[in-house]
Design a protein around this ligand. Structure first.
Ligand SMILES: NC(=O)c1ccc[n+]([C@@H]2O[C@H](COP(=O)([O-])OP(=O)(O)OC[C@H]3O[C@@H](n4cnc5c(N)ncnc54)[C@H](OP(=O)(O)O)[C@@H]3O)[C@@H](O)[C@H]2O)c1
Length: 286
């Protein structure tokens, strides 16, 4: 059951569609001040107006294309300049790309937006989260993580690219990041968990298809996946439930702590990913 979130500040990346948008609105209904971090300011503005129409507090909008590491730094600094507390950081933005694209930093885009962006944004906001107290980081992952392979010789998928392969690897990275960060934060009043929101009918994998492919994908996805409301149960549970006070480094799914396949529990891979991510993103968790 969700508790009130009055006096809580919740930042959500990718709040302009699907699970991020829905969770932003639901948290605002519970009284939270929402920080919308999206690449499209018009879309963010529409979500902001929806929240205001529902009687929520006026959200803060921060424009950021999360595929750019320098943009992430600028956006984090923009937020820190407000001198606001931060109680929930939901690293939610993600995409599935039919063909391989590369960001301005030379990273494959799926893993850049879903994983490296979350890694960098979290590090830049960590002092603020620590100071705010009783803070939570929600790293949105997927149950497809077990199809991922953290192959450190080809994290950029130059040798072998597949949409599901890149996506699932980024989600496996989110779990390993959460496990390592939880260890790093064991004496802090900040928890971090990887959250699988369910298989949900959203824009993912559809928005960046075109023509007949988009129609076919939409047709099948709408029949297989669950409605969006199902996702809020898990994300709101992860963000608000008192049951989860002090619970960290876990994989949350369907309002409970789930078990992980062994592929997501390899500490040697987790530690190598941590070191490599610090080098790639230019931030350091000290
Ligand atoms: N739907 C599912 O079944 C499912 C299952 C497991 C996990 N998830 C995860 O849930 C999260 C949300 O996905 P969704 O299903 O709600 O998909 P969605 O409807 O496509 O929403 C994705 C969000 O990410 C944003 N985004 C994408 N690229 C971005 C970039 N470069 N910079 C900033 N924002 C960017 C999108 O912004 P725009 O509006 O500007 O495109 C949008 O707000 C993702 O991490 C996804 O992997 C989804």
């Amino acid at each position: 059951m969700s508790i009130r979130m009055d006096n809580k500040v919740c930042m959500i990346t990718g709040p302009t569609s699907g699970i991020g948008q829905g969770t932003a609105i639901e948290l605002a209904k519970l009284g939270a001040k929402i920080v919308l971090v999206g690449r499209d300011t018009d879309k963010c503005e529409r979500v902001k107006q929806d929240i205001l129409r529902l009687g929520g507090l006026e959200p803060i909008v921060i424009q950021c294309d999360l595929s750019s590491l320098s943009e992430i730094e600028r956006a984090a600094n923009e937020f820190l300049a407000l001198d606001s507390p931060l109680h929930v950081l939901m690293n939610n933005a993600g995409a599935i790309n039919r063909s391989r694209s590369v960001t301005t930093d030379g990273l494959e885009e799926t893993i850049a937006v879903s994983y490296f962006a979350s890694f960098k944004l979290t590090q830049l906001l960590l002092d603020c989260l620590r100071k705010s107290g009783n803070a939570r980081i929600l790293n949105i992952t997927s149950n497809s993580y077990f199809l991922g392979r953290l192959n450190f010789d080809d994290l950029n998928f130059e040798k072998k690219y597949g949409p599901l392969r890149a996506y699932s690897t980024s989600k496996l990275a989110m779990i390993q990041f959460s496990r390592k960060l939880a260890e790093h934060l064991k004496d802090a009043d900040v928890t971090v968990n990887a959250v699988h929101p369910g298989v949900i009918y959203t824009n993912i994998g559809i928005g960046n298809n075109e023509g007949i492919l988009k129609i076919i994908a939409d047709f099948f996805w709408s029949r297989i996946a669950k409605p969006i409301e199902y996702a809020y149960k898990t994300t709101l549970y992860a963000a608000t439930s008192e049951e989860l006070n002090g619970v960290s480094g876990q994989y949350l799914t369907g309002e409970k702590v789930g078990n992980l396949f062994s592929i997501a529990k390899r500490d040697d891979v987790r530690d190598e990913l941590w070191d490599m991510s610090q080098k790639i993103t230019g931030v350091s968790f000290t």
